[in-house]
Design a protein around this ligand. Structure first.
Ligand code: FPP
Length: 249
């Protein structure tokens, strides 16, 4: 039986978040330029989007460029921006054909104008699609997202004071870039690194974490299905006991 066939179709995660790591090491192992690794990484991203759509995942968030990535060598940053624009341009038709909605989370004000308008155009043209939502985290940092949400709330208070104790977690979530996107049930990180790297810190409070040694450019559909399969073997307790969870079944 294939891994895909082993999946419980009633327990497919709605939202999977992915830290696509290891492009540089993949390239170094082959004596290639880092950008070649990123280029293969973009192909892997497409494959994984297809895999997610195949099993009925509703949202997939891909960590394509972190706030900290702006500190990489200029050539690599420029290469990544160009790759992103190329990937969107070459896959736009398929995106629309497959009813995929594109969304961006992150501080887009830091993007070069050309990149922003390119990406934003694809977001706007796909916004009415109702299939899988592909969320690209671009110029994204979680602490900055949380700080930004706090500042917006403070500004709102300055304009019109309200009862501070009435603010709920749900209210706060509405100020995050991920407004209206359910929290990921599963977070995948490739390449053997065991850290979160400032990604969706608020949103992954109860996510199951899955780490694999596979380098991102080598990560294929089978790897994705395996991650979902492993997720389905976990017991999600949300702070309750196993007995309480069993009695709910
Ligand atoms: C981490 O590998 C990867 C990135 C910083 C960029 C990810 C970008 C892509 C996969 C391509 C564009 C994506 C889309 C959605 C079109 P690394 O460079 O940190 O690898 P290393 O740790 O081995 O050096």
């Amino acid at each position: 039986m294939s891994t895909k066939e082993k999946l419980d179709t009633k327990r497919i995660p709605q939202h999977v978040a992915v830290i696509m790591d290891g492009n540089g090491r993949w390239a170094a192992l082959r004596g290639k330029d880092r950008l070649e690794g990123h280029s293969q990484g973009a192909k892997a991203a497409r494959t994984v989007v297809e895999a997610a759509a195949e099993i009925g995942v509703k949202y997939i968030t891909l960590y394509a460029f972190s706030m900290e990535n702006w500190n990489r060598p200029k050539d690599e940053v420029a290469g990544l921006m160009a790759l992103l624009m190329r990937s969107i341009a070459s896959q736009f038709e398929d995106l629309i054909k497959n009813n995929i909605r594109l969304r961006i989370i992150g501080d887009t004000s830091m993007l070069p104008d050309e990149v922003f308008s390119h990406v934003n155009d694809a977001v706007l043209k796909s916004q009415k699609n109702t299939g899988l939502t592909v969320v690209i985290a671009l110029s994204y940092g979680s602490r900055s997202e949380i700080l930004n949400a706090t500042k917006q709330l403070l500004r709102k208070y300055e304009e019109q004071p309200f009862d501070i104790d009435s603010i709920t977690e749900e209210d706060f979530s509405n100020y995050l870039y991920t407004k209206d996107i359910p929290d990921p049930e599963l977070l995948v990180r490739t390449s053997g690194e065991l850290r979160i790297s400032n990604f969706l810190l608020w949103q992954i409070s109860y996510s199951e974490l899955y780490f694999t040694d596979v380098l991102w450019p080598d990560f294929g559909k089978e790897d994705f299905f395996e991650a979902v399969y492993q997720y389905q073997q976990r017991e999600r307790r949300f702070g309750k006991t196993s007995q309480q969870i069993a009695s709910l079944k």
